[in-house]
Design a protein around this ligand. Structure first.
Ligand SMILES: [Zn+2]
Length: 139
């Protein structure tokens, strides 16, 4: 599966939007959330909640897993609109993260977790690439 390639591409698109000139322009109109960032997170999740790690509870009419992409730290509180700080959550975990009594205490742990998932997704060997590494060869 070419997760790394697609994830890396979407992360690149997200970062392009963060370039200084564009950021200032965007601020004037309020925050426009990055669609690429959201898609990258869904891609990375492979249809599982990144908090409880269970499969999404179902799929939409279009076959997309029912997961909600959340900014771990709110943009209004200096969070970044970037997959590194975003998480795919099942509806239950999203409710706990948004309205649960312990939600504020969750933030630092979640940031650490998604940072790890982000790096993992970028470092994952791309199985579809020709001439890939040979250290795992079986002969
Ligand atoms: Zn969950």
């Amino acid at each position: 599966m070419a997760l790394r390639k697609e994830y890396g591409r979407l992360v690149g698109l997200t970062e392009k939007r963060e370039e200084p000139g564009r950021r200032r322009e965007r601020r004037t109109y309020g925050h426009v959330r990055s669609r690429a960032a959201r898609r990258a997170v869904l891609e990375r999740s492979r249809g599982r909640c990144e908090f409880c790690e269970r499969d999404a509870p179902g799929v939409t009419d279009r076959g997309h897993p029912i997961l909600e992409v959340d900014h771990v730290r709110e943009i209004a509180k200096d969070g970044r609109d970037h997959p590194e700080q975003m998480i795919a959550l099942c509806p239950n975990c999203h409710a706990v993260k948004t309205r649960g009594a312990g939600r504020r205490a969750m933030v630092e742990g979640l940031l650490e977790k998604v940072g790890g998932l982000h790096r993992e997704a970028l470092d994952e060997p791309d199985e579809s690439a020709p001439g890939e590494r040979t250290e795992a060869s079986e002969d």
